[in-house]
Design a protein around this ligand. Sequence first.
Ligand code: ATP
Length: 349
Amino acid sequence: MAHLSLTNIEKTFGTFQALKDVNLEIKSGEFICLLGGSGCGKTTLLRIVAGLETQTSGEMLLDGSDLSKVNCHERNVGMVFQSLALFPHLNVGQNIAYGLEVRGVPKAERTAKAMELLDVVGLSGLYERPTSALSGGQRQRVAIARALAIKPELFLMDEPFSALDAGLREHLQIEVKKLQRKLGVTTIFVTHDQNEAMSIADRIVILNEGRVEQAGTPTEVYAQPQTRFVADFMGTNNIFTATFSQAGEVSLDNTPIGAATGDLAELNGNHLIAVRPEYLELETVTPATKGLVGTVDFVRLLGASIETELSVGARKFVHTMVSDRAPKFAVGDQAEIHFDLNHAWVIPS
Ligand code: ATP
């Protein structure tokens, strides 16, 4: 069991407030991603949990006991950093066994544990290898094995794969997720990459300027963003204020864009809505066109799909569609923009 409870955590550096009223319940065995842009406080929060930093105020309980009172080196925490620090004078096996040695585990036992973990991270046979003779991906696997050797209650990772190329990064994301599931260790993973967070987290915690904007499953934060920041941050979105009339018509800047059905039928007045690019349609403009007309600014092929950017005055819209079904518009063309309002999400705040 390792249930981590953070209540009203604040952190101030001088006059700068890096964390503001952070409240989080992390269930035992849960895989949490802390996600946000540069400087939003992800690493600071992770360092507070690890004991490398102390919160200015707030409470941190691990299974009901005050974790703040436990010294950094006495916390049963395994950490992996982006710029990892494998010990250069120790070989691979000794690096993995290091934490066990510090804890006084007998040599035979720690060697056996290091061998077992090498196998788990797919590096069997490399026990004796100097760490200088490893690739970047292998070094990160050693760092993961080293962090897990001590059977941590909390497994903390800070952008562990960001220095690796895209293919290896995806491969290791899947591996680390499988490993975490198998071991059931409560995990906090810091990333600024929303795709990485979406693909590995049980729950994503989105931070913005030191505050939690939203915490939810990948599906929740993607499909039901609670704030404009989250709607913007989690992938591409078309966000605008639509006007809902009592007769059930929806308009944008006085141009009708469709009928309000389902949940939208309840709405009246102005509301901020988000429509994903895959729920837009583009049509050729004709003399009969009465809807919203945009000018194509940019078209790019994304392999399986085509992305088209359009502007309507100062407003920008993005449309995507599977390549072979996409209408062919070129830069400078005009297109009528249709919104599938059945897939519009009303942003609550
Ligand atoms: P990145 O993705 O760039 O690593 P982050 O979200 O992890 O960003 P933090 O490293 O947690 O951000 O930093 C949050 C804010 O606190 C930043 O503005 C940073 O400059 C500031 N900060 C962090 N550590 C200190 C410190 N020791 N002294 C002063 N300010 C600090």
